[in-house]
Design a protein around this ligand. Structure first.
Ligand code: SF4
Length: 226
């Protein structure tokens, strides 16, 4: 499979924030989100081909049992199932970071970490924007992921205007556990992160959702490989 990068860092977001984790970033994503911080991983060929054994050996070299499979969009990558089964055999805890646009039912996955893309992520150019709008919210696929796997849902919030859209999205999903919902500030810098976290805190308290940190922004301002 085509791997964009492999690195060891702290999980930055969601319920495992702070956990030392081995990350594998798979190449390829069709969405082209406006504020994406991993644009270098968009092309399906943006990386080098790894065999499953080689990849497994690389990911097991660090002192952690947490593996994070991210992208790009990992659910669009060939061989994802085989990779997850190989890591599960090694008794690793597997998180898959996905936008939720595609359902695959036979993965070994301990935490399906779904980040649905709101309209705040739509690219500005008309062509990519139309494609993004067509694909960004696949509620039937998301529902299947929620029903099949342990999950968390992380919404990236850019402004208070996004909150109604989040409520509308959640209304269309069934059996959602509110304790598994996180709101995360859209931020590229520490200053933005603090400002938007302060904006979100009252809403989280009111709705009963968790405010997710973004340690990769707080510590390293999204420096590559961290
Ligand atoms: S889904 Fe994720 S990787 Fe793909 S463009 Fe959006 S933010 Fe970037």
């Amino acid at each position: 499979m085509i791997v964009n990068e492999i690195f060891y860092s702290l999980q930055g977001e969601g319920k495992l924030a702070g956990a030392p984790s081995a990350f594998v970033r798979l190449a390829g994503c069709p969405l082209r989100c406006r504020w994406c911080d991993t644009k270098y991983a968009w092309p399906a060929e943006a990386g080098r081909d790894y065999g499953i054994e080689e990849l497994r050996e690389k990911l097991l070299q660090w002192p952690t049992r947490y593996i994070v499979i991210t992208g790009g969009e990992p659910m669009a990558a060939e061989g994802l199932g085989t990779l997850t089964h190989a890591l599960a055999e090694a008794r690793m805890h597997i998180t898959i970071e996905t936008s939720g646009i595609r359902y695959i039912g036979d993965l070994s996955c301990d935490l399906m970490s779904i980040s649905p893309k709101l309209s705040n992520s739509t690219p500005t150019e008309p062509g990519p924007a139309a494609e993004h709008e067509r694909q960004r919210l696949n509620l039937p696929a998301m529902q299947q992921l929620i029903d099949r796997y342990d999950y968390q849902i992380k919404f990236v919030v850019d402004s208070p205007a996004d909150l109604d859209e989040i409520a509308g999205c959640l209304q269309q999903l069934k059996n959602i556990d509110p304790y598994k919902i996180f709101l995360m500030p859209q931020a590229q810098t520490r200053a933005e992160l603090i400002e938007k976290s302060q904006m979100l805190a009252p809403y989280c308290l009111q709705a009963g959702f968790a405010l997710s940190p973004r340690l990769q922004v707080m510590l390293w301002e999204s420096e590559r490989g961290k």
